[in-house]
Design a protein around this ligand. Sequence first.
Ligand code: MN
Length: 362
Amino acid sequence: MADEKEKIWVNSGDSHVWEPSDLWQKNLPQSMAHRGPRIVREERHDVYYCDDEKVFFSRPEMLDAITPPGMLDLNLRMKDLDEQGIWAEVVFASVGLWMTVMKDPDLVRESARVWNDWAHDELIKRSERYLPAAMLSPLSIDDAAKEAERVAQLGFKAIALPTTPPPGVEFNQKEFDKLWGVCNETGLVVCFHVGTGTSKLVVTRGPGGAIINYWETTVPAQRSVVHVLASGALDRFRNMKVMAAEAGAAWMPALADRLDEAHRQHEIFTDPKLERRPSEIMKDQVYASFQHDESAIATVTGMGYNNVLWGSDYPHLEGTFPHTQEVLHELFDDVPADVRHRITLGAFEELFGVAMPQALAA
Ligand code: MN
C-alpha cells in the first residue's frame, strides 16, 4: 500500500485553481463587466463564455470531476497539497485561461489584470507554496509587457502564454523582445500550457478522437518552444527561461536534434544566426513538465536533458489527484536519488527559486 511507504515530496510545475464564478463580473470595469470569462450550466452542457461568445462546452460530470473541495477553498487546498506530498506548485487559471481567445484588446488586458490581482491577494499572499502564473494579453505586446512588469513587482514568478496565439501573432516576432526583456530582467518564467489559446480542442470526432485530440494539444506547445528559440530570443535574453507545461518531456531532446540539424544543414538560410546550437539553448533555458511519463525519467538518465519537472495537473483528469503518491512511487522507486531529486524538486527550485524546507526533504 502506498500509504505505508515513505512519502515522496515534490514540487508541481503544473496545477490549476478555480476562480470565484463572479470574479470578472465583480471586478471588471462597469462597461465590460458581463463580458469576462464565465461558465453557465445549461441544460445538457456547461458552457464557457468569453465576451458573450460560447467558446467551449463540457459535460456537467466533467466539471464535477475536476472540482474537489480544495479546488474552490484555498485552505482545504493546502490540506490536499500536504496529503498528496506537494510542496510548491505553479498554479494556472481555469476558466481564466479562456481569455486567451478574446478578440478585444481592452477586454483581455482588463480580464488579465483582474485574474492577476485576485491571484496575488488569494494565492501569493496566502503562501509561498502557491506560484500563480500571471495572465497576459496575447493581443498587445505593450499591454503584456506592462502587466508583466506589474506582476513581477507583486511577487509573481511565472507568466502564462497560450500555446496557440491569436491569428497574426507569432512568438518568433521581434516585437516580443519587449516582453522577453521584462522576463529576462525580472526572472518571470515564460510558461506555455497545453490546450490554451485559439487552437481547436476537438480536431476530429472520428474513431480514436479522444486520443488524437489529446495528442494534438502537444503540437502547439512544441511550436511555441521552437518559435521562441529559433527567433534568437533566448540568445538575446540569456536569463529568460521557458517552460512547456503538461506537454510531456521526452520530446525535448528529439526536438533539439531536429533543430540542430536545421541549424547545421540549413545554416546558409538561417536568420538570425543562433549563437549556440539549439540543443545547448534548450539545456540552458527550456524546461518541460509531465505527470505520468516513464520516458521523462529516461530523458534525464539517458539523454542528458535535465530540465524535467514533475507536475500534478491538480485536479484535472490528466493529473494525479487523488493518488499522487502511488504515481510517484511507481515512477521514482527505482530511480537514483540525484535524478529523483532533480525531477521532483531541483529543477523547480532552479526555475522558481522556491525551496522546500530541509526538514521535510529528510
Ligand atoms: Mn495543467
